[in-house]
Every structure is written in C-alpha cells, then in structure tokens.
Design a protein around this ligand. Sequence first.
Ligand code: TYM
Length: 334
Amino acid sequence: MARPRVLSGIQPTADSFHLGNYLGAVRQWVTMQETHDAFYCVVDLHAITVPTEPDALRRRSRVAAAQLFAAGLDPERSTVFVQSHVREHTELAWVLICLTGMGEAGRMTQFKDKSAKFGESAASVGLFTYPILQAADILLYQANLVPVGADQKQHLELTRDLGQRFNHRFGDTFTLPDPYILKEVEKITDLQDPTAKMSKSSSSPAGILDVLEQPGPLRKKVMRAVTDTGSEVLFDEAGKPGISNLLRIQSALTGTPIPELVARYEGQGYGTFKKDVAEAVEQTFAPIRERTEKLLADEKELDRMLAIGAERASAVAKETMAQVRDRVGFLPKL
Ligand code: TYM
C-alpha cells in the first residue's frame, strides 16, 4: 500500500530557523520521512506577502533549504523544494481565492495580527490571501497530514473547508488533510516573554534561540531567560510560564519526561537547570549549524538538490492541477 502523504512548509523570512520552528515542525518532518511520502517546501511566495529585499530573499531561501537538509531531511526520501519553482501553487491559489468568502478570509487571526503591525491599509492583498495560498500548497499534493505548530491550526481548518467546498461543487478532487500537531511542543514561547510565542517577526532577539547562532550567545540567552518568582523547578503553566517553557524545551531535546526533570532538579534552583538547558540546545544546534555551513559553501550543489525536488513536486502538482482545470471548466489547450 502507498505511504500516507505529508506536506509542510516554512517561510524563508529570517537568516535562521529558531527553536520553535525546529521543535514545533522541522523535527517532526525528519521523523515522518521514514513513514510517509514526504513533501516539504520553502515558501518564498509567502515570504513576499510582506516587503522583502530580493537579495535577502535569495539568501534566506538557500539558508532555509540548507537548514532543512542539515536537520536531517534526506533528498532521497523527502521531496524538498522551493514553492515558486512549482507554478501550480499560484495557479491553484487563484482558483481557491475565487471560492473563499471575504468574511472567511478576514477572520484569519494571523492576518489580523500581522496587518495590525503594518496598519490595515498598508498590509498587502497578498497578506490577506496568504492562508489561501497555504491551502493550495497542501491540497495540490493531496496531503493526508500536515505537521505544524499550534499557530497554523486555523489555516488548516480553512484548507479543509476549501477542499471540501471544491469537492462538493466540482466533484471529488482533493484529499482533506489533518493537522499533525504535537501537544508538548506546539507552542514554544519567547524567552523574554514566556506567554507569547517565540516568533521571528515579533520576538526580541533575546527571546529567540536561533538554530544557526553561536554557542556563546545561545548560552547567554538561556541563562538570561525570564524566570518566575520562587526558585523551584516546577511545571506550572499559569504560575511559572518561564520555567514551564524551559522544561518543555529540555524534555523535547533530551527525551526525558517533565516529571523526571522536575524530580532531578528538586532543591537545586534555576541556575543548574538553565545550564543544562543551554547545553542541550547547543548540542542540538551545533551539528545542524556545521552541516548548514557546508551546504551553503556549495550553492551549485544546493540548487541542484532543489531542482530535483522541484521536478518531483511538479509531477504531482501538474497531475492535480490538470484535474482542477478540467473540473472548473477551463478549456483544454490543444
Ligand atoms: P512559519 O515559517 O512561520 O513556521 C514554520 C513552522 O514552525 C512552526 N512554529 C512553531 N512551533 C512551535 N512553537 C513556536 N514558537 C513556533 N513558531 C513557528 C509553525 O507552526 C510552522 O509549522 N504558514 C506557515 C508556512 C506554510 C505552510 C504551508 C505550513 C506555508 N504553506 C503549507 C504547512 C503547510 C508559516 O508561516 O510557517
């Protein structure tokens, strides 16, 4: 029997992924390539929904792809590609845009948050349609599962709604995907503001742990992470959000259950615990950073790997899009 298909994407909007991206998404991508038919894309079309410098976009797209391979995606087992290389994403997005209600798109909370930052009238229409392009990314590949962090839940609900609407109106075409969200790591929070999501667009540098960062600064940030009053290492989401976030991180990085960690640090205070968290972060990031640097040193080879990914992705995307064109009623081009 064919393996179930998985698809996910990540934006090339920063010079490094951060710990939230890694634990909330990329690590699951690596595991799932063992059991699923895996498609992962660097979503550069999404990146331009906010003002973006062309050189920065090129650099960050390569850095993103290199980090994915460095984190363990195997080009033999996973189809890793750049979204803009497969033209069908924008083509399907248009069809889905025409099936989406203005009110429906306006309810997307990420749009509301991001447009509040720019001012509603300065925000681009692209930002407004962002979740519909994401739905196209997923539906195009007939994905069964989409591994993401909690912040993507609403976009996945929209994806299912749009897939279902299309199927209903034009006949069964799309697989309806399920989100794959691991509760323990679905929302890694900002080290300086532990009730907010760690985020490349809104966290301060001190609140983010970047995968490509050097050990020194990483260690400093963990040691300076906002902790809570008291000195006991306890998991208490409401009363101790800072320590709880660090416990979640430490547990995910070392595979030790949280209660075991709590028992281990009993009576030891925050300092020892934080030192161990810093160590676990460094040990996870160092090999990824080194492999990323190696991959980036040979851009030609990296671009070649992405071309192979794009070719494999295109084959699937073309097949879905041919069906969509026919069902919608576009004339065949002879
Ligand atoms: P992006 O680039 O913002 O983030 C990539 C992935 O990282 C997850 N994530 C987190 N998980 C836990 N804690 C955090 N603090 C944290 N911050 C980020 C995100 O949930 C995401 O899974 N819209 C998507 C990109 C996208 C996509 C797609 C995803 C475009 N097309 C198709 C899935 C399928 C985004 O902005 O991801």
